[in-house]
Write a protein that binds this ligand. Structure first.
Ligand code: VAH
Length: 315
C-alpha cells in the first residue's frame, strides 16, 4: 500500500488519481492538511494529516501497512520566503518524521527536490548532476538538506529513498500554491478568460519546466527502477523543456493571436527565480533509469489550452 502526503496539492492530486487507477483506490491512502475538493482524484481513503505530527503519521502507516510513501507535503518557494521558520518546520521536521516512520516500518520513500536546491553560484546552463549547491532561499535550503537527509537514511539505515529535482511544474488540475514558477500555469487561465496576462517574472527569465503527466511518469519510473541500477538517489536532475515567459507567450499566441502579455515584476519571486538554473543536464536520469519526457513546449501548450478551456466552460 502507498501513502501520499500533500495529496491535495499540485503534484499530489494528479499522482493520487494515477496511482488509484493503477493499484486500486483502497491501496492508495491520501493524506493532507486540508480537505479535498469535490472533484479530488478517484474516491478512496483520505486522512487529515499535518506531517509535523509524527505519531499520527506513524499510526497511519502502521494501520494501513504502507510500504511506500510519496512525501509531497511542503511549503513552496515564494510562500516559504514569507514564513521561513514555519517553512523549515514543515519541510524539515515533516521529512524527518516521514524518514523515521519509513525506518521503523521499512517503507520506500519518494522525495521531490527542486531546481530550487541550486543557487546563484551553480552553473546555470547545462547544470551538472553533481555540482555546487548553495541556494539562497529557505525553500532551497530545505531541499538540499532534504536531499542530504534522504541519502543519510539510505546509507545508515538502509531506507530506500529516491528523489527528483523537479523544474517548474505545469498542470491543468490543482493550481500550484505559492511557487515562483506559478506564472506558467496562471498564464493559460488569463489567456483564455481575458486574452491578457500580467506576468510577475521578467520576459527573459529562462527556467526549466515540465508538464505534470511527465512529472508523474518520472516519479513512478524512478520508484520502479531496480535498486542496483541507481548510482545516484537524492536527487536526480530532470527536465523536459526550458523557456522564458516571452517564449511561452509566443507559443500561446500561435493559438490565440490576440493574446497580450505585460510584465509587472514581483521582486521577491524574480529574485528567487533568478537564482535558479536555466537549463539542467539530466543525463544521469536518462542513463540510470531511462528518463524521457513526452511533452515539449508546443505539445504542453496545446494540451493545457484544451484542458483549461473545458474547465473554464464547466465553471
Ligand atoms: C516552487 N514551483 O517555486 C516550485 C519549484 C521550480 C520551483 O520547486 O516552489
Amino acid at each position: 500500500k502507498i501513502l501520499i502526503t500533500g495529496a491535495t496539492g499540485q503534484i499530489g492530486s494528479e499522482l493520487t488519481r494515477v496511482l488509484r487507477q493503477s493499484y486500486g483506490a483502497d491501496n492508495v491512502i491520501a493524506a493532507s492538511n486540508r480537505k479535498p475538493s469535490a472533484d479530488f482524484a478517484e474516491p478512496g481513503p483520505f486522512y487529515l494529516l499535518d506531517v509535523r505530527a509524527g505519531d499520527r503519521l506513524d499510526h497511519l502507516v502502521a494501520e494501513h501497512r504502507c510500504d511506500t510513501i510519496f512525501h509531497l507535503a511542503a511549503l513552496l518557494s515564494a510562500v516559504a520566503e514569507t514564513r521561513p521558520q514555519e517553512a523549515w518546520d514543515i519541510n524539515m521536521n515533516g521529512l524527518l518524521n516521514v524518514l523515521e516512520t519509513a525506518r521503523k516500518h521499512r517503507c520506500a520513500i519518494f522525495f521531490p527536490s527542486s531546481i530550487g536546491a541550486f543557487g546563484p553560484g551553480t552553473p546555470s546552463i547545462d547544470t551538472p548532476q553533481d555540482t555546487l549547491q548553495r541556494p539562497t532561499t529557505i525553500y532551497g535550503i530545505t531541499k538540499v538538506s532534504g536531499e542530504l537527509l534522504c541519502d543519510y537514511y539510505y546509507r545508515h539505515f538502509g531506507v530506500d529513498t529516491r528523489g527528483l529535482r523537479y523544474p517548474g511544474l505545469i498542470s491543468s488540475e490543482a493550481p500550484p500554491g505559492g511557487g515562483s514558477t506559478d506564472y506558467a500555469v496562471e498564464i493559460f487561465y488569463a489567456a483564455l478568460a481575458a486574452r491578457h496576462y500580467d506576468c510577475f517574472l521578467s520576459a527573459d527569465t529562462q527556467l526549466d519546466m515540465m508538464y505534470m503527466p511527465d512529472a508523474i511518469d518520472a516519479a513512478l519510473k524512478l520508484m520502479n527502477t531496480a535498486p542496483d541500477k541507481l548510482r545516484h538517489r537524492n536527487a536526480f536532475n530532470v527536465t523536459a523543456m526550458s523557456f522564458t515567459p516571452a517564449e511561452l507567450a509566443a507559443e500561446i499566441r500561435k493559438r490565440i493571436p490576440d493574446f497580450t502579455i505585460d510584465y509587472r515584476i514581483d521582486p521577491v519571486r524574480q529574485a528567487i527565480a533568478s537564482s535558479w538554473p536555466r537549463h539542467m543536464n539530466d543525463s544521469a536520469a536518462r542513463a540510470e533509469w531511462d528518463w524521457q519526457p513526452r511533452f515539449d513546449l508546443a505539445a504542453m501548450v496545446e494540451d493545457m489550452l484544451q484542458k483549461i478551456a473545458v474547465k473554464l466552460q464547466k465553471n
